[in-house]
Design a protein around this ligand. Sequence first.
Ligand SMILES: [Zn+2]
Length: 489
Amino acid sequence: MKFRLSCTGCGRRIEGIENPIRCPSCGSQALIDYDYDQLSFVVSREKLAKTPPSMWKYSFFLPLMESDLIVSLGEGGTFLQKAERLGEELGIRNLYLKNETINPTGSFLDRGVSVEVTRAKNRGYRGVKCASRGNLGASAAAYSAKAGLGCTIYTTLGIELGKLYQAIVCGAEISFVKTYDDAIRILERPYKGWYVISVTSPFFLEGIKTTGYEVCEQLGWAPPEFFIVPVGEGGHLSMVWKALRELNNIGLIDDTHSRMLGVQAKGCSPIVDALRKNLDKPVKSKELGMTFHDIAVRQPMLGELCLKALRESNGCALAVSEKRILEATRLLAKCEGIFAEPAAASTVAALKVALEDGIVERSDRVVCIITGAGLKDPATIKGLIKRSAVEAPIALVLASSLDSRLGRTKRLILKILQRHPSHGYLLWKALTQEFGLSITLPSMYQHLQELTAAGMVMIANERGPSERKKKVYVLTRKGEAALSSELTA
Ligand SMILES: [Zn+2]
């Protein structure tokens, strides 16, 4: 056997379970390891130098069978950009950016999803299911389309529009749930014939680990002093650290001196808090903090592993404010031409703080991992260009593009809301029963979300007698205007 699963808690080997995530005896996270002694004879820097860039050039460190046909869209092998202009701005000479925005669906998650969908396809599954805050769903949808598999994504109405579009266009079925935790809970029960893609799956984790190998090879097998990685669930940082240890195990690098620096959002930083309090497990954060879902995770599912990696590497974790993250997003685009999503640019914001605080020396070699692309999140993009000269023209473009294609469904939604504000379900009942529209509930929510993004509808929360919060949709003045211009047109 090329690889084996073992428990990170009790060290027990795990066998005979199709998709094991947790150890059956102690419940700790399962991870994959390899026969490192044997690999140290087979793998060499020279051989790797002859293989073109791709995450699959490290397939000796990936948990697939020889016979598996890989489902690939060209993931990995991403550019390591020497950031001269940004480095000058921040006052650091050896700054590199691992540009994961150029992955097929615009995020590093493609690496893990490629491994997962390959497994699903080769083991005869009908389709995949996953819980997603955004990027994972977009990626799962694309890879299942390529593999000819079904795809269902469980997400919340808070999902960024760009990511939702990506998933819908690739044919995924979207199921809206109230909270991300609900989505996780739904996927805990087995679905016959469906493969569940999870960010905690040891197979998924092996895929995202390849960022670490690539950086080391791109730096001539001389790892940097610091890897700066955004921390959401904590998987990526843990796995980059695993990659370094593995390369060291088979003699491709000489030591693992690199320090991991994790980045979280101020106001929601369970890993930063746990490090400060010297705890082994993250304590669930009280508030959700800012709007950047990917790094505002209240209870990171791989928190323990992440804390272990931070301690072993003598690393640290920083919580940065929304303001600083947005500044960094702008700076990264302006100096280096990389348009990242804020959660990804948070690594640049953290570097700035780390330099100010003397955590990172100005002579250190630093790699910031830029995990995802900025185009996925139109709302934040608008925020970035606010107060600038182009604001007015952009608002016009947005308004006219939506106004001109305000289709029948959207017009009806606005009309119903013009009579009175409504809950989502009642609105759907009116659409289907009163107006005879044949539309599914999720696609109605999709229309509602677009109308909300366009500022024609807004959401108000209503607390019912049961103390359960309910969303109420209300027509805005802009929505009224759109409706009356449509009527006179
Ligand atoms: Zn165990």
